[in-house]
Design a protein around this ligand. Structure first.
Ligand SMILES: Cc1cc2nc3c(=O)[nH]c(=O)nc-3n(C[C@H](O)[C@H](O)[C@H](O)COP(=O)(O)OP(=O)(O)OC[C@H]3O[C@@H](n4cnc5c(N)ncnc54)[C@H](O)[C@@H]3O)c2cc1C
Ligand code: FES
Length: 281
């Protein structure tokens, strides 16, 4: 259980792990996540399920190296074991035949939107996907997204691949082409999800975003993951992580995500000084 069967570098600082876990693979649904701990006293890391295969008993996670715990996670290799994985957590994405849907993935949000796009495609929707990255070298999961989409649009901030611009530019173009869009799903950085929501708001297109506040227990007990939705407090781990993008208080979410910047920087510095290699052994 929890053995890493495959490690694949998708782009610089972005890694995919295929992990053995029959119990989670049997129950997982699109939009759900897991919380992992590398060792007994490690920090908990919430990560969305990029894929799951009940027949093989495996789950996939894709993570971006941003701080101490993800650096440490990235040091694991095929054959290593993750101490524990809790999940599947969170409410699954509501998937039915809505008609025409747009799935927007930005950066490491693309692997997160992939099972949602696949579920929507399998339910008979016409799936238009838009995936974006900073530049060509950070574009990930293109083939996988193509396989589950009727249309795939690609943007890069610097124009090195696909269309130059943001995912919201492609989204605006699609909406202005008078195509009737029944629902939009977006996963990515907070600023991107906010921009997607502002793009669809005037057109009253229902927009679901997957929020990523700091989480601790993942079971609704600690309150760390609280977010404000339509003026009401919700816990992203049990009430979400998906919410109506037009109701999210994005300023509060960003502020709360930045609460521990000083401590996070110190943790990375200490880690780099003391555990550059082999700290998981
Ligand atoms: C439901 C959910 C699903 C997620 N799915 C993915 C995913 O599929 N791929 C991926 O790369 N990242 C995902 N994240 C974000 C990921 O959990 C954080 O990047 C990771 O915990 C950072 O840990 P760190 O020690 O490496 O970085 P730190 O230096 O500790 O933190 C860097 C930044 O990450 C965020 N962060 C820190 N601790 C947590 C925490 N416990 N929970 C959430 N955010 C935190 C904060 O914004 C912080 O400023 C998800 C977060 C949530 C809540
Ligand atoms: S993480 Fe503790 S209540 Fe959600």
């Amino acid at each position: 259980m929890n053995e890493i069967l495959r490690k694949k570098r998708l782009a610089q600082g972005i890694t995919l792990f295929e992990v053995k876990n029959e119990l989670i693979a049997a129950k997982a649904k699109p939009g759900q996540f897991v919380i992992i701990r590398l060792k007994e006293k490690s920090e908990r890391i919430p990560l969305t399920l990029q894929d799951f295969n009940p027949e093989k008993g495996v789950i996939n996670i894709v993570f971006q190296v941003v701080g101490k715990s993800t650096k440490e996670l990235d040091q694991l290799n095929e054959g290593d074991k993750i101490k524990d994985i809790a999940g599947p957590l969170g409410r699954p994405t509501e998937i039915e035949n809505f008609g025409t849907v747009i799935c927007v993935g930005g950066g490491v949000g693309t692997p997160e939107i992939y099972p949602v796009a696949r579920g929507l495609k399998n339910s008979g929707n016409y799936v238009i996907s838009i995936i974006g990255a900073r530049s060509k070298e950070f574009m990930i999961m293109e083939e996988e997204m193509k396989a589950v989409s009727d249309e795939l649009h690609i943007t890069t901030d610097d124009g090195s691949y696909g269309k130059k611009g943001f995912v919201t530019d492609a989204l605006k173009e699609l909406i202005n082409n008078n195509k009737k869009i029944d629902r939009v799903f977006a996963v990515g950085p907070v600023v991107m999800m906010q921009a997607v929501s502002e793009t669809t708001r005037p057109y009253k297109i229902k927009t679901l975003v997957s929020l990523n506040p700091i989480m601790l227990d993942g079971t609704g007990m600690c309150g760390v993951c609280r977010v404000e939705i339509g003026g009401k407090t919700k816990f992203a781990c049990v009430d979400g992580p998906e919410f109506d993008g037009h109701l999210v208080n994005y300023e509060l979410l960003s502020k709360r995500l930045n609460t521990y910047l000083k401590e996070e920087k110190e943790a990375v510095e200490l880690f780099e000084k003391t555990c550059k290699e082999g700290c998981n052994g």
